[in-house]
Design a protein around this ligand. Structure first.
Ligand SMILES: CC(=O)SCCNC(=O)CCNC(=O)[C@H](O)C(C)(C)COP(=O)(O)OP(=O)(O)OC[C@H]1O[C@@H](n2cnc3c(N)ncnc32)[C@H](O)[C@@H]1OP(=O)(O)O
Length: 558
């Protein structure tokens, strides 16, 4: 009667299981190429003490025995993904045996320990880890009560107290003192904004995160079936019967997102309590709710629950290649730091994925990270204000300009509001790399010096044989598209006006920047074979040599 969900024997690529293993191992094939060691955990669960009314669990952990029963559960509106197809999904019919034979040659490897643990075929052998020479030698009893939730046990709440009917995973309560910090909050980043908005949904009761395993309570079972359907759709290469097996396996737990009593997504994991790590088997959000932050919040709830309730310190998962980015954003790494002894032989090997690890922080308020981030933002902001006056906003400067960009009104540097307050001192005025020019004691003399040098440079360019294209601004009547292409025009006449204003160029660098721009414009608008381009290159070389010799002779004079 359970043939639908008891996979036939599979060939295995790397291990040779004992006959009893072979007999019990479920290694259903898929394009996904997961190397399943499923049977290990499914074969010997204690009988359910309270099977759900509408379907029965057989003596094997979570192995559903009646497709009709599954259908009836689905038909009751198990999840938002449910439709006619879903109820079919729920039924693993004989046709689906096809996939069991499809990839016989491939992919099915069992870790030694999983094979050993799956081989007993009885409850007592469950989770017994046998290490061979290459791996494990010690025999360690790890019954369901230790590694993994006790079969059929009700999920527990965040406090760690068992809650008979399961419990929603509430976020940690926000302490009163948070308000002190969260007042006057700066704008939050995208991550916090998303988390906060989902947190508000939770507080308003429109959204909840729950953790259940196969406990026989109708509502929980409906949700688990709903989650199973989502996994079936979102992980299309994963054999459906394998999904059912793990979701219904009583040693697995599922943290689910429930919105308006419908499952939106979830994560099914197996806590290895003795080893203090959990293995994420499946993780998915229903198609039309992805990339809205549910996956992140789900993971945060999972971490908090796994730490506070299961006492776990790490998660491991074989992440699908196309979901690696998501896991990285959730703090998973491809480097495995967890000591090999703690996990090798416990978790299933999968092809087509990459083993990733996440260390669960012992302190982080995972379900209230946004408040923590806001508090940190606030604290940093306050410290910045303490160390600087950047929060003070002064009235603006009148930057109205006359011709050639020369300011209408001369603004004395020392009159610029906030400059002194920011630590400016008059000796920083006109700071320039061309220090050789600025040796005089007062600013007025410095400016005179600078103006004289710039004037001589301008004259030298003006008198050059190649200067003719640059003497006046380009006339748009002659070159209609010039100003469409050149947005920052410059010419010798404009520069001359700026020099003579004695206000514009307060450093030589400013003057040199205008000269460079003038030549760059010529080379942008004109092609290299044009006279304009060639004039620009020759005049620029002339200018550079004049600047160099001017600076050198100036240095010599000093
Ligand atoms: C062990 C396994 O089960 S592996 C298989 C994982 N599951 C799947 O691939 C099924 C299909 N995908 C899904 O169900 C979902 O997209 C999930 C579970 C992967 C992510 O859930 P979402 O609700 O979409 O995630 P959420 O909205 O919180 O996004 C978090 C961040 O991850 C990014 N992200 C989401 N999915 C992916 C992805 N597949 N690859 C790369 N980045 C992703 C998001 O862009 C977002 O980035 P941001 O914070 O910079 O804006």
């Amino acid at each position: 009667m359970d043939s639908h969900l008891t996979a036939p024997n599979r060939s295995r690529s790397s291990q040779t299981p004992s006959p009893s293993h072979s007999a019990s191992a479920s290694a259903t094939s898929s394009l996904h190429k997961r190397k399943l060691a499923a049977a290990a955990s499914e074969d010997h669960a204690p009988p359910s003490s309270f099977p759900p009314s509408s379907f029965s669990a057989d003596t094997r952990d979570g192995a559903l025995t009646s497709n009709d029963d599954l259908e009836s559960i689905s038909a009751r509106g198990a999840d938002s993904d449910s439709d006619a197809d879903d109820s079919e999904d729920a039924v693993v019919d004989d046709d689906e045996d096809d996939f069991d034979h499809e990839n016989d040659s491939s992919i099915r490897t069992f870790t030694t320990a999983r094979l050993e643990s799956g081989g007993g075929g009885s409850g007592s052998g469950r989770n017994t880890k046998l290490k061979t020479e290459n791996s494990t030698v010690k025999l360690e009893s790890a019954d369901g009560g230790k590694d993994g939730a006790a079969p059929g046990s009700a999920p527990v709440g965040p406090t760690g107290a068992a809650a008979a009917g399961g419990s929603s995973i509430a976020g940690i309560s926000t302490k009163e003192d948070v308000k002190i910090f969260t007042e006057n909050i700066q704008t939050s980043g995208a991550y916090s904004a998303r988390e906060e908005s989902l947190k508000r949904e939770e507080e308003a009761g429109r959204l909840k995160f729950v953790c259940y395993s196969n406990d026989g309570v109708d509502e929980h079972m409906v949700w688990l079936i709903g989650l199973k359907n989502i996994f079936g759709r979102q992980l299309p290469n994963m054999p459906k019967e394998y999904i059912v097996r793990l979701v219904m396996d009583r040693s697995h737990k599922s943290v689910m997102v429930i919105r308006r009593n419908q499952v939106v997504g979830g994560i099914t994991y197996r806590p290895y309590v003795n080893q203090k790590f959990g293995e994420i088997a499946f993780c998915a959000i229903t198609a039309d709710e992805q990339v809205k932050g549910y996956g992140t919040r789900l993971m945060n709830h999972l971490k908090q629950h796994a730490r506070d309730v299961d006492g776990l310190t790490h998660f491991l998962t074989y992440a699908d290649n196309n979901a690696v980015g998501y896991f990285i954003k959730q703090g998973f790494t491809k480097e495995i730091h967890l000591e090999r002894d703690r996990w090798q032989g416990y978790i299933k090997d999968y092809d087509g994925g990459i083993l990733m690890e996440c260390k669960i922080d012992p302190k982080l308020p995972y379900t209230d990270l946004s408040t923590m981030i806001r508090r940190q933002r606030q604290a940093i902001d306050e410290k910045i204000r303490e160390l600087s006056n950047c929060q003070i906003v002064y009235p603006g400067i009148d930057f109205q300009k006359k011709e050639a960009g020369i300011p209408k009104k001369v603004v004395k540097v020392e009159d610029i509001h906030g400059l002194k307050e920011a630590g400016w001192t008059p000796d920083q005025w006109g700071h320039t790399r061309f220090r050789a020019l600025i040796v005089s004691a007062d600013n007025a003399t410095n400016q005179k010096h600078l103006t004289g040098f710039m004037r001589s440079l301008l004259k030298s360019m003006h008198d050059h044989v190649d200067a003719w294209p640059f003497k006046e601004p380009v006339d748009a009547r002659d070159v209609p598209d010039y100003y469409d292409i050149i947005k920052d025009p410059m010419d010798l006449k404009t520069m001359s006006k700026r020099v003579e204003s004695e206000q514009y160029y307060v450093t030589l660098e400013m003057f040199v920047a205008d000269v460079k721009r003038m030549f760059a414009n010529a080379r942008t608008y004109n092609s290299p074979d044009t006279i304009y381009y060639k004039c620009a290159t020759r005049l620029e070389a002339h200018f550079q040599s004049k600047v160099q010799s001017g600076l050198q002779s100036n240095t010599k004079i000093q």
